[in-house]
Write a protein that binds this ligand. Sequence first.
Ligand code: ADP
Ligand code: MG
Ligand code: ZN
Length: 505
Amino acid sequence: MTATEQIVPFVEAITRYEPVIGLEVHVELGTASKMFCGCSTAFGAAPNTQVCPVCLGLPGSLPVVNASAVESTIRIGLALNCEIASWCRFARKNYFYPDMPKDFQVSQYDEPLCTNGYLDVTVESEDGPVQVRVEIERVHMEEDTGKLTHAGGATGRIHGADYSLVDYNRAGIPLIEIVTKPVVGTGALAPEVARAYVTELRDLMRALGVSDVRMEEGSLRCDANLSLNRPGDSWGTRSETKNVNSLRSVERAVRSEIERQAAVLDAGGRVVQETRHFHEDTGRSTSGRSKEHAEDYRYFPEPDLVPIAPSAQWIEQLRGTLPELPSVRRARLREEWSLTDHEMQTLLNAGAVELVANTIAAGVSPAAARKWWTGELLRVANDQGVELADLAITPADLARIEALIAEGALNDKLARQVIEGVLAGQGDVDAVVAARGLAVVSDDGPLLAAIDAALAEQPDVAEKIKGGKVQAAGAIVGSVMKATKGQADAGRVRALLMERLGVTE
Ligand code: ADP
Ligand code: MG
Ligand code: ZN
C-alpha cells in the first residue's frame, strides 16, 4: 500500500483534462463443458474434481475445441456488429504462474475471431440523452485459469501467507475477451459512459443466453483503462484498473482514476503505465504491477488445435438465432408502457428496466411499477449504496402490495411501511402486514368516532364546511388520519364527514 495519493476533485479535473477510456471485459461462457475438454464447468464443486489430463496440461494430451463456445462467440460478435473471421487460429501465451497448469494459456493473439464492431450506449447529460458509439476492437476466445487460495496470512493475499492451495476446476473454462478501441470525446460523461457500456454489454450477453454474467461471481469481469491529456495534446499514458466488481464500481473507478491522474499531471508528474487494484470500501485504487516494460509472452500459433474456419452459411444461420437486442426491446417496452425517451432512460440508468418488466408481468400496472422502483425503492438503494436489484424486495412482493391496495386493505402510506418492513427482512408482505398490524380501518364505527372527536375540537371548521366552504374539510380529514395513525382510507373519511354534516359535494 502506498501513502494516500493526492486527488483533484472530478469537476475541476475535467475542466483541464480530456479522458480517454478503454474497457476490457471478460465473460465466462455458460457452456456445459470446458473450452478444450469434456470436463464440467459447474460452479462450486469440491476442488480438483473437474479436471482431466487435457485441462491439467499433462504431456501427450490433446485439446479439442468446444463447438458450442465458438458458436457463442460468433453470436456475440454478430450482436456487436463485428466482422467474423473466415479463418483464425488459437495462440499460446507463455508465462508461468501456478494457477495455470500448462504454463501457457491458449488464447487468440493476432487472429481474433471477431473484429471491428460497435455498441451504442445512451447516457443522460445536462442537455438531455447523449448517444455514444463505443467501438469494439476485438472479441477473442481464451481459457480461464485455476483459482489460488493463500492460507495462513491475515489478508488472504500471497504476501504473509504460509502456503497456497490451487483448484484447477476453473482452469480451461471458456472465456471471451471483448476489448474496446479507445473511447474519446466523452469528457465529464466518461464514468457514466463506462458504466453504461458494461451494463449494455451485460444485458446483451444475457439476452443472447451465453453467460450468466454475474459480476459478483466473476462471470463478467471488467478492467478499466484510463488516460488524461490536455486539450489539443496527444493521448496520455494509460493505467488499467482491475478488481472492478460491480457496475457502480465501473463508474467509481473511472471517476477516481481521473481525479488521481489529474493530481499527478498537475504536479508536473508522469502517469506510470501500470495495473491498479480498485477497493470497494474506499472507492480508490492502489498501484499494482508496472506495465512499463511489455512482457514477452512469446506468442505462437497453437500447434495442437486446428484453425477455426466458420463457413458463411454457418455464420448466417447463427445470425438468424440472434434474439431481440436489448436496445430494440427497450424501444418496444417504451411504447407499450407509454413512456417518453427520457423516462425510459431514467429507468435504464436506475437499473430498473427488468425489475419494472417483471413487476408488470406479475400483474402491476406500468405506472405503479415504475412509481415504486424509481421512487421509494431507488431512494433506499441510493442511500444504501447498492443496486436496485440487490434490494430485498421482489416484483412479486410489489404485486402483492398493489393487490392489497386495490382491495382497499392498504393505502399508499401503509404500503410504504410494508415495503420498509420487507426491506428490513421482517418477512414477506403478508407477514409484515400481520406483524405490524398494518391495515386500513375499514369499519365505519371507529372512523365516525374519530370524525366526531375532530369536529368537536374544531367547531369553527365544522361551521365553515356547513356554510359551503368544502375545501376546509381537509383539516378534519387530516385530524382523523392522524388519530388513526394513517390507517384510514382518506376518501372514505371525507365521504363520512360530508354525510355527517349533511353537505353534498
Ligand atoms: P493489454 O493487454 O495491455 O491490457 P489491450 O490491447 O488488451 O492491452 O487493452 C488495452 C485497452 O486500453 C483497450 O481497450 C484500448 O482501447 C485501451 N487504450 C489504449 N490506449 C489507451 C489510452 N491512451 N488511454 C486509454 N485507453 C487506452
Ligand atoms: Mg488485455
Ligand atoms: Zn478437463
